[in-house]
Design a protein around this ligand. Structure first.
Ligand SMILES: Cc1cc2nc3c(=O)[nH]c(=O)nc-3n(C[C@H](O)[C@H](O)[C@H](O)COP(=O)(O)OP(=O)(O)OC[C@H]3O[C@@H](n4cnc5c(N)ncnc54)[C@H](O)[C@@H]3O)c2cc1C
Length: 407
């Protein structure tokens, strides 16, 4: 494989998120000045590459990461970082698509990974504003109250936290007028750039080296190992893991997936808000959907308005119109939530038909693995990938790996 780059280069976001201003206490990077050898080379130092490096440095001595951008400044910088175990595709709908056994496994894995992510960040002392949150999933134009009642029952049957709230209870406890909602504990929030940088720093402390800016322009994969061509130098590794986000390796089978656009806003800190909102994420079963969360310093972060179009110029041009719509929708959802956005941004966003990511060995490229997290809980998929890929590299089975294969 050769050419200018092995992945397409996109404008991944426009506008500014609050994390971009706060930065991520930069990860230690260095230029690549000579050809090197490694056990594992990770391409991409966003949150997926960061989780991967943290996991792989527990098993391998020589882990290197390369990125053509500064670490955590790709899609990770645009994330609103709702760390949800809830997959975009409800459990009942996913069961209809892929069967109950697989759907149950996907939801359980997502729940467990969300809890493990929180334990890992706490154990490693990563300062990224991680806080536990409950989640409130409101009935909307895709799923009404009756469907959500069935959904809550299906989640409870497999041991996941889910209480169905009737309209009266929802209004009384949350002041929101909808026909019903699912309420459950087990989710979280973080500053996505600080999360990624914190993980990269832990990996660096265990011996990983992060080279940036380095663009991988060629890959030669054989059963003996992988050579990455960076233009000036080569990286020779036993394994390569492509954590390149929405800039997927050219030529990969991506059936059932698409890159769309999403928009988000954030208020200034210290906004007056109801007490429950400080402890809950909110999202809705609608297309396009609206979601919101708060930050530890009292910002409201909200987003949605997704469109099935991957056009950077459109993302940038429609920023202010979309921000106004998000604010208006918030006000309709809860009249107490009126504010002028201090930040507005948009980004490329990956979706898959079943709401599941791709975490798999790359077809016809021995010793190469690809990680593509799709959907609103992409960060949880980054964590799951960091569990599955090291297991596959070790030649051991992961019972859930079948869920995330190339389709
Ligand atoms: C508006 C918005 C809101 C979102 N909200 C949430 C949310 O609430 N919760 C959630 O979980 N997810 C959310 N997401 C999704 C989340 O942003 C992604 O799942 C996540 O950031 C993907 O991380 P990544 O590391 O895979 O990709 P990236 O952060 O894009 O990292 C990939 C890296 O690979 C590098 N790269 C690519 N090709 C090459 C190459 N050839 N050579 C060298 N380097 C290369 C890039 O430079 C990039 O830095 C949201 C996304 C958007 C746009």
């Amino acid at each position: 494989m050769a050419g200018r780059s092995v992945t397409p280069e996109k404008d991944l976001h426009a506008g500014r998120s609050p994390w971009m201003r706060m930065g991520g206490r930069a990860a230690p990077t260095r230029p690549l000045t000579q050809s090197i050898k490694a056990d594992v080379a990770i391409v991409g130092a966003g949150v997926s590459g960061a989780f991967m490096a943290e996991a792989l440095t527990r098993r391998f001595e020589r882990v290197v990461l390369v990125d053509r951008r500064p670490p955590a400044t790709g899609a990770t910088a645009a994330s609103t970082a709702m760390l949800q175990f809830e997959i975009d595709e409800p459990l009942t709908a996913l069961s209809d698509k892929i069967g109950a056994r697989k759907a149950n496994a996907a939801w359980r894995r997502s729940y467990n990974a969300t809890q493990d992510l929180q334990k890992l960040v706490t154990a490693e002392g990563i300062r990224c504003g991680l806080q536990a949150r409950s989640s409130l999933y409101l009935a909307g134009n895709d799923f009404g109250a009756r469907a959500l009642k069935d959904e809550a029952a299906a989640r409870r049957r497999i041991g996941l936290p889910a209480d169905f709230l009737e309209a009266e209870a929802l209004k009384a406890s949350f002041g929101i007028d909808r026909t019903g909602a699912i309420f459950g504990e087990g989710s979280a929030i973080a500053n996505p750039m600080q999360l990624a940088v914190g993980l990269l720093r832990r990996a660096a402390a265990r011996g990983a080296t992060l080279y940036s800016p380095v663009d991988v322009s060629g890959v030669m994969a054989t059963k003996h190992g992988v050579v990455l061509d960076t233009g000036a130098h080569f990286i020779e590794a036993r394994y390569a893991v492509f954590c390149t986000g929405y800039e997927a390796l050219k030529g990969l089978p991506t059936m059932g997936t698409k890159i769309t656009s999403s928009w988000a806003i954030a208020s200034r800190p210290g906004i007056a808000m109801p007490g429950w909102l400080k402890r809950s994420l909110v999202w809705e079963a609608s297309t396009p959907y609206l979601y919101l969360r708060t930050t530890p310093d009292g910002r409201i972060v909200a987003g949605g308005e997704d469109e099935q179009i991957d056009l950077p110029s459109y993302r940038a041009r429609s920023l202010h119109g979309k921000a106004r719509r998000i604010v208006a929708k918030l006000k309709r959802m809860h009249p107490g939530l009126a504010f002028t956005p201090a930040y507005a941004w948009s980004g490329a966003f990956g979706e898959s038909d079943d709401g599941l990511p791709i975490i798999d060995a790359v077809p016809d490229m021995p010793n190469c693995y690809a990680v593509m997290g799709f959907g609103g809980n992409g960060t949880i998929y980054s964590k799951i990938a960091a569990e599955i890929v090291p297991t596959l590299i070790a030649g051991r089975p992961d019972t859930d790996a079948e869920l995330y294969r190339f389709r």
